[in-house]
Design a protein around this ligand. Structure first.
Ligand code: COA
Length: 155
């Protein structure tokens, strides 16, 4: 929110709320998120903010969407690294999960997931909530690792 000098009241409040003319664009507006979700009351913790486990679940799903774009294999999650929540998420926030592949190994794909919330109370405000690197392993029906890409001529 921007408060011009003329609009500041004697007790230091803002008498007129102004929407910035040039709101900060979302940091990731250059690509589409793998998942975008509005947070609901059912997603909250005991204190009324969004439960971190919900965000972790969406991170895992978003990364899997990216892995499946790369290869049609069946993937399981083997590791999720460096998850630090730097901002809370509130009911009504629109949360986007942006993904990029950072490494393709023999049987694994590592996906970076960046989580950003558009605030319900101020749609011009976008905050980075957290991020993670998630490692997925391609497996066969028995759950054994297999090469990410099927060898040419095998299908
Ligand atoms: C994923 C799983 C099949 C890997 O089995 P494994 O015997 O460790 O397999 P490997 O040692 O051959 O490793 C396979 C790949 O996983 C990677 N990997 C294994 N453990 C890892 C870890 N802790 N962190 C990052 N990558 C890891 C390896 O680097 C390898 O990648 P590469 O082939 O691209 O080099 C096995 O650990 C598993 O089934 N885990 C449970 C998965 C699951 O159920 N997830 C959902 C949890 S509810």
């Amino acid at each position: 929110m921007i408060c011009l000098d003329n609009d500041v009241t004697s007790d230091n409040r803002c008498s007129v709320e102004k929407i910035p003319e040039n709101p900060t664009p979302p940091p990731h507006n250059h690509n589409n998120p793998a998942i975008r979700v509005t947070m609901m009351p059912r997603d909250t913790n005991a204190f009324g903010t969004i439960f971190g486990g919900m965000i972790l679940s969406y991170i895992d799903q978003a990364g899997a969407v990216q892995a499946r774009k790369y290869s049609n294999r069946r993937f399981v999650t083997v590791a999720m690294r460096e998850v630090v929540f730097v901002q809370p998420v509130f009911v009504g926030d629109l949360v986007s999960f942006y993904t990029e592949i950072v490494k393709v190994g023999r049987t694994s794909i590592t996906v970076r997931v960046t989580v950003e919330a558009q605030r319900a109370i101020n749609p011009n405000e976008y905050v980075r909530v957290t991020g993670a690197e998630v490692v997925y392993v391609a497996v066969d029906e028995a759950g054994h690792p297999v090469p990410v890409k099927e060898p040419p001529g095998s299908v």
